[in-house]
Design a protein around this ligand. Structure first.
Ligand SMILES: Nc1ncnc2c1ncn2[C@@H]1O[C@H](COP(=O)(O)OP(=O)(O)O)[C@@H](O)[C@H]1O
Ligand SMILES: [Mg+2]
Length: 239
């Protein structure tokens, strides 16, 4: 079964008397374990597409299904539950709480969900290890570099063991060297945890870390390129 099935997806926004057709007839499948990069120029509708995939917005027509369930058939409550524990989001800006330390920022979604700290202590250790910041767990965001802050945001997105990780310009705010290190971390998360990743980016360099590159232009898919040969050792599918 596909992790994500996008069928005849259209999205338009109405501003006064004007209707802007942002996404036009998008069809795309994402298999479990893939790392898909959706690339296109600024303003082409990448974030809009990502929000539709994550159920944060609704299509004008067409459908998005996650693991075979059409999001439009889901009740708001189920959609909400799904967003909180089946998918993870990482954005360009890290959205960390300034006065909480690293481990508390990471644990925040679990605290909000009413989990006891004893139940997630191991998980926090595990995700700190993944992002390579075990020794920085007691620091606050202002003591961290941009790249480290983004690592914390990534760890926070991993605490519920999401099925799919959605990334919106995850290195858009970082210098290129730091950004590529973050891309290597995503590649590692995809490979080691077998997590399905969909990123949107305007950077070709970042996009090439994926196993598949989808180019979007003027609201349509322009091309789809298989990158598994460029990323040796990558399993496209994880059993
Ligand atoms: N909620 C909205 N209402 C009206 N227009 C929107 C809305 N969200 C996005 N847009 C428009 O859709 C276009 C694509 O936006 P976006 O998906 O953010 O592009 P990208 O992420 O590729 O830069 C832009 O022209 C933007 O102004
Ligand atoms: Mg955007």
């Amino acid at each position: 079964m596909n992790a994500i099935t996008i069928k005849d997806l259209n999205k338009s926004f109405v501003n006064g008397r004007e209707t802007a057709n942002i996404l036009k007839n998008i069809n795309l499948n994402v298999e479990k374990g893939e790392f898909v990069s959706i690339m296109g120029p600024s303003g082409c509708g990448k974030s809009t597409l990502l929000y539709l995939l994550g159920g944060l917005d609704k299509p004008t027509s067409g459908s998005v299904s996650l693991y075979g369930t059409d999001l439009s058939t889901m009740k708001e409550k189920d959609l909400c539950d799904m967003r909180s524990d089946k998918i993870g989001f990482v954005f360009q800006f890290y959205n960390l709480v300034p006065n909480l330390n690293v481990e508390d920022n990471i644990a925040l979604p679990l605290m909000i969900a009413g989990k006891k700290s004893s139940s997630y202590k191991k998980k926090i250790d595990e995700v700190l290890e993944i992002i390579g910041m075990t020794d920085k767990r007691k620091l606050t965001p202002r003591e961290l570099s941009g790249g480290q802050q983004q690592r914390v945001a990534i760890a926070r997105a991993l605490v519920f063991d999401p099925e799919i990780l959605f990334l919106d310009e995850p290195i858009g705010n970082l210098d290129s060297k730091t950004g590529m290190r973050i891309m290597e971390l995503f590649r590692e998360i995809n490979k080691r945890l077998g997590m399905t990743i969909v990123q949107v980016t305007h950077s070709e360099e970042a996009a090439r870390y994926g196993t598949k590159l989808v180019r979007v232009l003027d609201g349509r898919i322009e091309s789809v390129e298989d990158l598994t040969n460029e990323n040796p050792g990558m399993d496209r599918r994880v059993s």
